[in-house]
Design a protein around this ligand. Structure first.
Ligand code: KIV
Ligand code: ZN
Length: 527
């Protein structure tokens, strides 16, 4: 797609963090978080935001609808299987978008046809055509994905793609659903489509690569060299199993190697780092230190020879500047004496939109933290902000807690918790350690029993006074559901208690929604 002003070809960036990314284990986001992420993606400059799969759940539907209604600039896309109900539901969620797109998909590989769909090739083509037609009758912009395209017989792939374009698809996406492709082979598939599908010029060819063999980015870029002009990807590469192609890597490869690719994107690269932080904080999926572009070590030069070279001339060992991807030069942002204005500016530079009430609460928390911690970094601020976009009604709230532990001592915990009716309840428990004792005490007070499936603590920043962020996941076997909790504090035991209570509140909120009259909590817990 030549850029109308400069004649430079541009690659469309289709972000699927909120759909394929959110499908990755443990990465689910609440409504407010999804809307916040969509705003950050729009600011980043992505061309398409795949906001969700509207038929999948009422929550997905509402999120797609809210994002479609609010976002301008980027297209907002909703996923649908090739059936009438899915497509109607997707359109219901998308109809008020400034630029709506319906994305329909149907598996085409022999493995999927025979074992999953139990359909013949003719039936697959017929269904794909009918669905693309239905979607086009509702929406001008329709994308079709032959799922598992990379393992589909190439002759049949050409046939389906041609039929989908004839039926009105404006983008044809070629998913490597199981991350099986290799760069040269995947590029050949794209080349073959361009050579053999007579109407291919009427649609944009898109890539969608999974990272099972660690080749998602390489495959996407190889496909671009072969003529693909849209890349589907996610922030930090999150997604099913090993994830999807990482947006930041693709964008920076195109930018840094413009000499080779000669292709541009609309991405404001200096927003990559803040968005990456937002996603890792919201999902709890931490970015590995040596991750390209956004990892903590991505711009760190350790060896003396490298440091010496860098001092003499940056380009000796640096192919990108940290500021190009938004890594702050100094990450110290605010101190005890910083005012509301400085906080507000930093919050929006980090890509968040908070209303006045939320800002006031973050400011209050920030002052409290500044009393405990001399230097407040971006990462500290992000965890304070995130606390206010967690969509959990504070059913139970921690008033105070006390633990004793140590060598030769039996770890005990006492918690004092405010009940939903305002009454303050107290109880104590022993455990394997202070954290375990706290969790047991909370369980005694709330009467909500759950299995702890995941528990992790990470230092939000460096330094002895750093906040510790606890992320955990509780499983309620009777509901067959998991609930996440997250909290940060300079005291990791307190952070653990708050995170546990957040997850318990999520369980209680869910139960209340399902059965409005149910009494929450164990009646008569010691006052
Ligand atoms: O991986 C895949 O095949 C998908 C499709 C729905 C596009 O995510
Ligand atoms: Zn996928």
């Amino acid at each position: 797609m030549p850029d109308s002003e400069s004649n430079v070809e541009r690659i469309r960036i289709f972000d699927t963090t909120l759909r394929d990314g959110e499908q990755s284990p443990g990465a689910s986001m609440n409504h407010l978080e999804k809307v916040e992420v969509a705003r950050a993606l729009a600011l980043l400059g992505v061309d398409v935001i795949e906001a969700g799969f509207p038929i999948a759940s009422p929550g997905d539907f509402e999120a797609v609808r809210a994002i479609a209604t609010e976002i301008t600039g980027a297209s907002v896309c909703g996923l649908a299987r090739c059936n009438a109900r899915d497509i109607d539901r997707a359109w219901e969620a998308l109809q008020y978008a400034q630029k709506p797109r319906i994305h329909v998909f149907l598996a085409t590989s022999a493995i999927h046809r025979e074992h999953k769909l139990k359909m013949t090739t003719a039936q697959v083509v017929e269904k794909a055509v009918a669905s693309v037609r239905q979607a086009r009758s509702l929406c001008e912009d329709v994308e079709f994905s032959p799922e598992d395209a990379a393992r589909t017989e190439v002759d049949f792939l050409c046939e389906v793609v041609e039929a989908a374009i004839e039926a009105g698809a404006t983008t044809v996406n070629i998913p490597d659903t199981v991350g099986y492709a290799t760069p040269f082979q995947y590029a050949n598939v794209i080349r073959t489509l361009r050579e053999r599908v007579p109407n291919i010029g009427r649609a944009v060819i898109s890539t969608h690569c999974h990272d099972d063999l660690g080749m998602a980015v390489a495959n996407s870029l190889a496909a671009v060299e072969a003529g693909a002009r849209q890349i589907e990807c996610t922030i930090n590469g999150i997604g099913e199993r090993a994830g999807n192609a990482a947006l930041e890597e693709i964008v920076m490869a195109l930018k840094t190697r413009y000499d080779y690719y000669g292709l541009e994107t609309n991405i404001k690269t200096e927003r990559l780092y803040p968005v990456s932080k937002m996603i890792s904080t919201i999902t709890g999926l931490t970015v590995q230190r040596n991750k390209a572009i956004v990892g903590r070590n991505a711009f760190a030069h350790e060896s003396g020879i490298h440091q010496d070279g860098m001092l003499k001339e940056r380009s000796t060992y640096e192919i990108m500047r940290p500021e190009d991807v938004g890594v702050p030069k100094t990450d110290l942002v605010l101190g005890k004496h910083s005012g509301r204005h400085a906080l507000k500016d930093r919050v929006s530079e980090l890509g968040y939109h908070l209303n006045e009430t939320q800002l006031e609460t973050v400011f209050h928390d920030f002052k409290a933290l500044a009393d405990k911690k001399k230097e407040i970094f971006d990462d500290d601020l992000v965890v304070l902000i995130e606390k206010h976009i967690q969509d959990v009604t504070p059913v139970w709230s921690l008033v105070s807690m006390h633990t004793t532990a140590g060598t030769g001592l039996l770890p005990t915990a006492t918690v004092c918790i405010r009940r939903p009716d305002g009454q303050i309840v107290q109880d104590a428990a022993i455990g394997d350690g202070p954290v375990d004792a706290i969790f047991k005490a909370v369980e005694r007070v709330t009467g909500i029993a759950a299995n702890l499936k995941e528990f992790s603590i990470r230092g939000v920043t460096a330094g002895k006074d750093a906040q510790g962020e606890v992320s955990l996941e509780l499983e309620v076997t009777s509901d067959d559901r998991t609930f996440r909790g997250r909290a940060a504090s300079t005291d990791i035991i307190e952070a653990s208690a708050e995170a546990y209570l957040n997850a318990v509140n999520a369980i209680a909120t869910r139960r209340e929604r399902d059965q409005p009259r149910e009494v929450i909590g164990r009646p008569g817990a010691g006052a």
